[in-house]
Design a protein around this ligand. Structure first.
Ligand SMILES: Cc1cc2nc3c(=O)[nH]c(=O)nc-3n(C[C@H](O)[C@H](O)[C@H](O)COP(=O)(O)OP(=O)(O)OC[C@H]3O[C@@H](n4cnc5c(N)ncnc54)[C@H](O)[C@@H]3O)c2cc1C
Ligand SMILES: NC(=O)c1ccc[n+]([C@@H]2O[C@H](COP(=O)([O-])OP(=O)(O)OC[C@H]3O[C@@H](n4cnc5c(N)ncnc54)[C@H](O)[C@@H]3O)[C@@H](O)[C@H]2O)c1
Length: 451
């Protein structure tokens, strides 16, 4: 190839939450580590994902809470202003989409930051921007994450549609917005922009919102969204998108929707061919890199995070990073377990869930028992007038999965995540004392309902 290779112990390809964690800790352990990053050190989560979106949600939730004052605590005139939200996202969350601090964090640990697009050219070899060849004695950690998957809808390509990037970077609230996709990204952002005054329509191909979660969750969100003035179209196929002047037109099998902006939130994808996975002996036509319990994808190749397809969450990327790290350092602990993966959609009400849904449990042939109680069954839920529910799915005498929808649903979920993770018997959970009057007392009622 004619290019002199630079030698390292480990090359980490992609420095999102997963890659940054492995690379930083390996460097701290004294290994020679090259971290290759095409965009910003920190990845999707801090710059265009979890952190800025939750900052936007926090602001939108404050507006909603203020609007609840009427009839309960007096009167409040609520005047939304996006300026402080955009400022916080720019200044506090993302540093103006500048990763100087994050890069210094990595290099301060002794890592070598290599900026550019890396491509595997062998199991232990990465070529950056076609010019700089890196070779790893121990191996490569692939942590290249995922990007917005844009469906091949006629007319869509070439229009100035938004993905999560432009939505998070927005300095103004659009007058109107069509959101394609009723998953976590679409629903969280739809609710934010609606609460700040946009006319919002959500178009979801499946027959309900959040189709990967319990049907009760999607039904509840559809009801709440309708109450807030969001138009929800489920079971809807999009046939074409046009963009003329300052407006999009989204044509569907049930009618068309016009809006100033169009947000595509139809899932994520990892492009294994673009990172040269085949050169490392990996199947680059697969949707994700297959890994074993210690994150090994092949001899001398580990993979962590979204690219593994085990759950597109920052907590999964960081969990896997710790496991890969131990394996690379020759101190492997227990293999990864995925029976108790928690996930939270930060809509209001929040939907937190862990383990399989009822349907998935039945498909797996588990000994399924189900109990669902409304959140109002807890005194606090009733006092707060909170909409939501707790749904438990038991497999015999242990919980396989659970969903909590309501205020702080993701926080209440913690006790159920522990129960599922540790396979605590239902009888033992029933014998526990639940503080009065908390939202989580609904869990006690739901346990009683398991029979
Ligand atoms: C709007 C939104 C909100 C979200 N909210 C949450 C949330 O609340 N909670 C949660 O747990 N998760 C959330 N997620 C998901 C979370 O952001 C991801 O699961 C997480 O960022 C994945 O981390 P990762 O390390 O696998 O990869 P990423 O964060 O995707 O980072 C991968 C990095 O690799 C770089 N890269 C890719 N290919 C190459 C290459 N060939 N060469 C060099 N560099 C490369 C990229 O530039 C990127 O910086 C959200 C996602 C979105 C889009
Ligand atoms: N709070 C969180 O932890 C959080 C927040 C945001 C995103 N994420 C993760 O990031 C990932 C990506 O989120 P997402 O919401 O983009 O993906 P998703 O897969 O969760 O949802 C995408 C939705 O788009 C629908 N869809 C697909 N093609 C469509 C089409 N042509 N027309 C209409 N609808 C279509 C799907 O049926 C699905 O409901 C998710 O897996 C999510 O878990 C997590």
């Amino acid at each position: 190839m004619g290019v002199q290779a630079e030698e390292f112990d480990v090359i980490v390809l992609g420095l999102g939450p997963g890659g940054e964690e492995v690379a930083g800790r390996l460097a701290e352990a004294g290994l020679a580590v090259a971290g290759v990053e095409a965009r910003l050190v920190g990845g999707e989560c801090p710059y265009w994902g979890c952190v800025p979106s939750k900052m936007m949600i926090r602001a939108a939730d404050l507006l909603a809470e203020a609007r609840r004052i009427r009839g309960t605590a007096g009167r409040a005139a609520v005047i939304p202003d996006w300026t402080p939200v955009a400022r916080r996202v720019r200044e506090e969350a993302t540093d103006g989409w500048d990763d100087t601090t994050a890069a210094a964090r990595f290099t301060g640990k002794g890592g070598t930051l290599v900026r550019g697009h890396g491509r595997l050219t062998g199991p232990r070899e990465v070529l950056v921007d076609g010019a700089r060849l890196l070779r790893a004695r121990r191996g490569v950690v692939v942590a290249t994450g995922s990007q917005a998957a844009v469906p091949p809808i006629p007319g869509l390509a070439g229009t100035p549609y938004w993905t999560n990037h432009q939505a998070v970077e927005a300095t103004e609230v659009p007058e109107s917005l069509v959101v394609l996709g009723g998953g976590a990204v679409g629903l969280e952002l739809a609710q934010v922009f609606r609460r700040f005054g946009a006319e919002v329509t959500v178009v979801e191909a499946a027959d309900r919102l959040l189709p990967q979660e319990e049907p009760e969750a999607g039904d509840l969100l559809a009801k709440v969204f309708a109450g807030e003035g969001v138009t929800v179209r489920t079971g809807t196929e999009i046939s074409r998108v046009d963009h003329h002047g300052a407006a999009f037109t989204v044509m569907t099998d049930t009618g068309s929707h016009r809006a100033e902006r169009l947000l595509v939130a139809t899932g994520r994808r990892s492009d294994l061919a673009a990172l040269g996975a085949g050169a490392a002996g990996l199947d680059e036509s697969a949707p994700a890199l297959a890994v074993d319990g210690h994150m090994r994808a092949a001899d001398g190749v580990w993979a962590v995070g979204d690219v593994t397809g085990k759950g597109p969450f920052t907590h999964i990327a960081m969990y896997q990073a710790r496991i890969a790290l131990a394996d690379i350092l020759g101190k492997p602990g227990p293999p990864a377990e995925y029976h108790a993966v928690p996930r939270v959609t930060f809509t209001d009400p929040e939907v937190g869930s862990v383990g399989p849904t009822e349907r998935e449990s039945r498909e797996k042939g588990l000994d399924v028992r189900v109990s669902t109680v409304p959140l109002e069954s807890s005194a606090r839920g009733w006092i707060a007038g909170a909409e939501g529910f707790v749904k438990l799915v038991a497999d015999g005498n242990v919980l396989a999965g659970a969903t909590v929808a309501g205020p702080s649903g993701g926080e209440v979920l913690a006790l159920l995540t522990l129960a599922v993770h540790e396979r605590i018997p239902v009888e033992r959970l029933r014998s526990m004392i639940y503080a009065y009057p908390t939202f989580h007392r609904a869990v006690e009622d739901a346990l009683a309902g398991l029979g």
